[in-house]
Every structure is written in C-alpha cells, then in structure tokens.
Design a protein around this ligand. Structure first.
Ligand code: ATP
Length: 214
C-alpha cells in the first residue's frame, strides 16, 4: 500500500521551496499523495503576517495546479495550537496502519526536539528530511542516537513499517523562503519567480503583504 506524504508548515505564503522538493519526494518514494496541512495557529514562531484564511486560500490555489497534492484543513477545523502530534494522531486514526511520511526541511528537523511531545512523533509517522540551502546533513557521528537508530538508506524500508524510520532525501536546492518573499513584496521587489502565478496574483489582488509588518 502506498504511503501518505504530509507537508505541514505556516505557508505565509506557500512557495516553490515547498512544492518542488515535495514533488521530488512524491516521485522518489512513490507516495499516494502529498497532503499539505497549513498550521492554523503555529506554536513555535511569531504570528503569521497573512490571515489564516489567506494562508489556507493560497495553499488551495497552489495545490489546484499541483498533481498529486491535496489540501488538508484539519488544523483549522480543530482550533487551538497546531501541534503536529495531534495532527498525526488524527491522521493515524483515519489511515489505520498505512505508512505516514512526514516531510520536513532540514531546518525544521534540527529544531524537532523543541516540538510539543516530540518523542511521540516517530511512533506516528516516518520522517522524510529534505535538504535546504544553507543547511548540511549532519555527519553520522553527530546524529543523536534516536536518529541514528531510526535511519534507513533505502526507500523500500519505509513501506515495511507504518512509522518510526528516518530517511534523508537530497532534493534540488530551492533558495527560497517565505520570509524572503514577504520582504521582497513589502519593498515592491520582484518575487513572482518564487511561487505559482495564481498565488502571486492572489497576493497582489488582496495586498496581502503590503504594509503588514512583514
Ligand atoms: P519562513 O521564512 O516564514 O520561516 P519557510 O519558507 O521556512 O517560512 P514554512 O512554512 O515555515 O516555510 O516551512 C514549511 C516546511 O517546508 C518546513 O519543513 C521547511 O523546512 C520546509 N521548507 C521551506 N522552504 C524550503 C526550501 N526552500 N527547501 C526545502 N524545504 C523547505
């Protein structure tokens, strides 16, 4: 049975640094789909600049043009802090024993030990860690034991369990961040190359990042 990919994030806004690496993982791991799950109330950072509705709408627009991707708004429906552990628990209830693959960039993975109930996350999903410019895969001896013990080198090993493995996936570097996009838009500099044109048009039409303390 094909695994389900999960891409969480603030998506303020969604951009090609999210979509392209995830698309490479979708193919490399032969996933059934990538579910993009925007965080309604991201607990680990300052509040997003765009409203929740705007971030969700931008994700919907981006995903409509990305075969293999779907939007999952469960963190909006749930309310409260958007803890990944709660999201994975509800996905696990829905998908039974099917393998769940939680995608994240190296920057997110390096901070994972600060996440709410992080030790429970490997009980609920595999981790697929994607390269990101400016971040290096840690050398084997520098990995914490809980990571080293879970590391797999073959994608086929992911299908053998429903959760608990960690796989490092090198992806084509996308030197893009939402911060950089917000800053460029606030200064009136070009940003359209970094995100789907439907998202760019939405941002422009709704003046999402103009004079909003980006
Ligand atoms: P911000 O600049 O506002 O912090 P961001 O661009 O890092 O935002 P997030 O929504 O915080 O975007 O990221 C969601 C997920 O996508 C995280 O796991 C992050 O590591 C990953 N990600 C974001 N940009 C890239 C990129 N350019 N390459 C690889 N992974 C990325």
């Amino acid at each position: 049975m094909q695994s389900i990919g999960i891409l969480g994030g603030t998506f303020d806004p969604i951009h090609y640094g999210h979509l392209r690496p995830a698309q490479e993982v979708l193919r490399a791991l032969d996933l059934a789909e990538i579910r993009v799950i925007p965080a309604a109330n991201p607990p680990h950072r300052r509040p997003p600049v765009a409203t929740s509705e705007q971030r969700l709408r931008m994700v919907e627009l981006a995903v409509a043009g990305a075969p293999g991707f779907t939007v999952d708004d469960r963190e909006f429906r749930r309310g409260g802090p958007s803890y990944t552990v709660l999201t994975l628990e509800s996905l696990r209830r829905e998908f039974g024993e099917r393998p769940l693959c939680l995608l994240m960039g190296l920057d997110a993975f390096e901070g994972i030990e600060t996440w709410h109930q992080w030790q429970r996350l490997p009980e609920l999903a595999h981790f697929i860690v994607m390269t990101r410019p400016g971040w290096e895969f840690p050398a084997g001896e520098r990995l914490p034991p809980w990571v080293r013990d879970r590391l797999v080198r073959e994608t086929s090993q992911l299908a053998q369990a429903s959760a608990g493995k960690i796989y490092f996936q090198a992806v084509t570097p996308q030197d893009i961040s939402a911060t950089r996009i917000r800053e460029a838009l606030a200064r009136g500099e070009p940003a359209e190359a970094w995100l789907p044109s439907v998202v760019f048009e939405y941002i422009r039409a709704n003046r999402v990042y103009v004079n909003r303390g980006n």
